[in-house]
Write a protein that binds this ligand. Sequence first.
Ligand code: SAM
Length: 254
Amino acid sequence: MYRDVSSCNTYNYGDATYWDARYVQDAEMGHFDWYQRYSGLRPFIRMYIPSFSSRILMVGCGNALMSEDMVKDGYEDITNIDISSVAIEMMRRKYECIPQLKYKQMDVRDMSFFLDESFDCVIDKGTLDSLMCGSDASTSAARMLGEVSRLLKAGGIYMLITYGDPSVRMLHLNQPVYNWRIILYIIPRPGFQKPANNSSTSRSYLEPVPLTEKGLLPPDFVVEDPDSHFIYVCKKMDETELSSITYPLDVDHL
Ligand SMILES: C[S@@+](CC[C@H](N)C(=O)[O-])C[C@H]1O[C@@H](n2cnc3c(N)ncnc32)[C@H](O)[C@@H]1O
């Protein structure tokens, strides 16, 4: 279940032909969820997407079980896109009898197929990370995030699950043009065991992580698992709300 692209040892993660070949090769495996399964993310999904009728967009769905598990939990409307036509065809066939799940091949950097403000929530597990490993990473990230912002309704949520800590993600997310208010959570990778000699009292993973004024982790903040995953909950503020965001925030501000 756990695989990491943090080393970015290949530029291929940004390339559709790489993913097509990989999904052909992995076809027998059937499914694979990067980083976390739905069970690990469920508290955050349920907290930030309380309505089962929310219109949800899963960007870079791959062949993960995440969307299926969300439907089993009650969610009724999940549109899934991926740049890989191989993954999309496999998933479309697999879920043809599940009307709550729709699949469409699409590049997340150009989602002009969808109208502005047509989703309540966009979920991204590992897709911005893939673009960040590709060539022209900053341009790709800006195009993707601009599209995500355009598609979100006012008050909508972009939930990013990534290996990228604030020092490498906040500069992309925290752009005034998106007008996003951002709350961060840090969760350990599945199966992480705290070292036996670690006597520090653990904070709850459901508590937002404090951020400095610049949106970074405080210098004395200790991340228990060095391979933790970061969950950025970005809420699109409407025009009446201030666009200048100052940290630290707490969950009451969302
Ligand atoms: C790291 S995998 C994550 C897959 C899935 N979200 C999961 O959690 O298991 C990244 C996914 O992003 C897709 N992807 C990469 N670049 C993309 C792009 N420009 N547009 C849409 N999807 C893209 C890949 O095909 C791949 O399925």
